[in-house]
Design a protein. Sequence first.
Length: 226
Amino acid sequence: MLDRGVDRVPVSRPGFVSRFVTAVIRLVAPVVALCAAFALSFALRDMPVPGLAALAEIDPLLDPSDWMNQGFLVLPVVFFILNLTSRRYGAALTLTASFITWVVMGGAVLVALREGLIGDFQEEIAPYAVAASFVGAMAVAQLVNILLFDWLRGIPWWKAPFLAAFAGGMVFAVAFNTRPALVWDAALGGRLAVEGAIHFSWALAQLLPTLMLRRTIRPLPGFGGA
């Protein structure tokens, strides 16, 4: 039955300032986590990975000893962070967090160059062509990861995080390793095979912490579960 003679208080939507402040607060944790993941990967770039000789014994083309490092093994955690952010806040805010992360890291590099903390970018960071290829490949990989997660989220819960992380990693591997400066040969095929195995393993392994965090990191209203 309808209520009669009762004044209903209209529900007002939050204003622009309130929504903006809320979005900024929500962006802090993902941006800090992404910056930390990239910083850790960069810090470990000169650390070798032990036990690579076994791959060379299987096939010399699979020998990653001349390019593999611990920083590379840490890098896929970026996709894990993106998956958790997408689960909680959706694709729009996750894309914003990714963009802001690049702005923050680029600004930090520029400040370090201006203050003399970095003497020569190409010596202490990477050659310009390699740095540009890395940023471009990782940006595209993040975009694929975010959009694929948003498209696949639902039941079964593992489908979106697994496929999004694996696809993002493979897009990065292919885009970065097939840049024009490299020779397309059997060695490149071996490297892509090794990187594919790493990204597959990462995508599979991150399902365990994702499962453990599902009760803590729940989707906000309006976003389906994943």
